[in-house]
Design a binder for this molecule. Sequence first.
Ligand SMILES: [Fe+2]
Length: 246
Amino acid sequence: MSIFSFLNKSKSNEPDIGYLKTDVHSHLIPAIDDGVQTIEQSLEILREMETLGYSKVITTPHTMTGSYDNTPEIINGGLERVKKAVDSEGINIELAAATEYFLDETFMERLEKDEPLMTFGENLVLVETSFISPPPQLKEASFQLTMKGYKMVFAHPERYIYLLEDKTLLEELIDRDIIFQLNAVALTGCYSKPVKKFAEKLIDMRIPRLVGTDCHNMGHIDLLKEATQTKYWKKLLELELLNNSL
Ligand SMILES: [Fe+2]
C-alpha cells in the first residue's frame, strides 16, 4: 500500500500512525530511567500505542554514566518482564529494546574498548547529546561508529539549540552517515516554539529518516495524538522514512 492510499484511507481526524508501524524511541522499561516507573504505566502506554496503530515498539532507555548506569543485562532483563506482561495482557505489539546513549567521554571509551553496543535495525545506534552545546566528540563519534560498522541515529536533532544556531554544523552532520530521528511531539510546540520551528525546517529540508515518540509517560501519548493533527504531520509521513522497514 502506498503512503498516499494510506493517507487517503484514513479519516481526517484519525491519527494515521499505522503507516509508521514501528516506534524507535521510548522509555518504557520500568524504573531504570526517567521514563515509566511501573509495569502498569508501561502497559497503559503500550495498549494506547496498539490502538494508535503501532505494531512494533523498540524501546530505548537512557544509558548515561552517573545518571542512568544501564547495561544490556539490565535493559534486556527489564524488556523480558515487560514482554511477559504484554503477552499476558493480550497486547498485540512486538517489543524490542536498544538504548539511547548519551554522547560523552564514557561513550567514546566504549568505542575505544570495542564494547558491543546495543543496536536496532541494521546496526543502528541511538545517540543523544547535551541540548545546549555540542559535545567535542560529536564528529569523532560518528566517524568511529561508521568505522566499526554501526550507523549513528541522532536522537531528536530539533531539540539541540546549538544545532539550530549553527548552520555549518548542521550541514556537516547532514553530509555524514548519520540518520536524523525526529520526535513527533516536537510538532506540537511542547518543547518550545523554536524547537517546533526547527522541526518543521528539518522536515522541509527532508532530513529526518526516522520518527520517534520519545514516550516517557501518558502525557507524551496525548501530545503524539495532537502532533498527528498538525500541518507538518502529513509532510513528515511523506519523507523517506525507515520506521516501517524495522
Ligand atoms: Fe529519549
